[in-house]
Design a protein around this ligand. Structure first.
Ligand code: MLT
Length: 245
């Protein structure tokens, strides 16, 4: 592995200062990361991750109403009055093309916001895993994988995805000098990487989603490398970087 990689198990497992100057990868498989990636692939102009609904309204107030969509969830369900919730399947081209998405989610958008001191913030999911690994292979500073988690607790699907990144960066071979976080995530992926769908389905948040909405989002979010793109958060907006489509 060319550079040191560490893994934070939740978005509250670090102080914001620790990310200063680092390359940060925010992982929220179910579902914010997958939703952001899908929206951008389907032509959204950009995604603005917000901390709360008050901030969403404030940003919306400064934009032309034909240019943005207020989107997001509270406790997993679409916020009343918002256009879209947090299922990636809602973010079809006909809804999002050329729109700026103002997105509020319970954990994912907060994890991105907590990474504001980083040198670069990338959004990773299983959907764009290969493209993220390719980018990190070129990283010149320490890479920190921030797993968003669920309600301040670890979410196995995020650690699994972080493990897939470590696995990719090491070529499937640990040399023993990696950080503990990288070793744990790697080991999880080594054991369960062939069964991503099953891990998501039986995860705490996955079981909740299936109970509420069926398994459509789990099935969608567990697919590997369907979207070879690199979403990067810069100056408040997540966009695909040039050449990532
Ligand atoms: C979040 O950011 O908390 C999640 O994406 C929740 C969800 O599945 O909607």
């Amino acid at each position: 592995m060319a550079t040191q990689v560490d893994v934070f198990s939740t978005a509250h497992a670090f102080s914001e200062d620790e990310l200063k100057g680092k390359v940060v990868v925010v992982v929220d498989v179910l579902r914010a990361g997958s939703t952001i990636t899908t929206a951008l692939v389907n032509g959204a102009r950009g995604v603005i991750p917000v901390a709360d609904m008050g901030e969403a309204s404030k940003i919306a107030g400064n934009l032309d109403s034909s240019n943005y969509l207020l989107c997001g969830e509270h406790n997993g369900h679409r916020i009343d009055g918002y256009k879209l919730g947090n299922s990636p399947l809602e973010y079809q081209r006909e809804s999002v093309e050329d729109k700026t998405i103002i997105l509020k989610t319970t954990n994912g958008t907060g994890a991105i916001r907590r990474s504001h001191l980083a040198k670069k913030v990338i959004v990773a999911t299983f959907l764009n895993l290969g493209r993220v690994i390719e980018e990190l292979e070129e990283a010149e500073t320490e890479v920190l994988l921030v797993c968003a988690g669920t309600r301040n607790r670890l979410a196995i699907e995020d650690i699994l995805c972080a493990g897939a990144i470590v696995y990719g960066l090491t070529g499937g071979q640990l040399d023993g000098h990696e950080t503990d976080g990288a070793k744990v995530a790697y080991s999880l992926y080594e054991k369960f990487g062939d069964n991503i769908y099953d891990v998501l389905k039986h995860s705490n948040h996955g079981e909740w989603l299936i109970n509420e909405f069926g398994d459509v989002d789990i099935s969608f979010c567990s697919k590997l490398n369907q979207m070879p793109v690199l979403p990067v958060w810069k100056e408040g907006v997540i966009r695909l970087v040039d050449g990532s489509k």
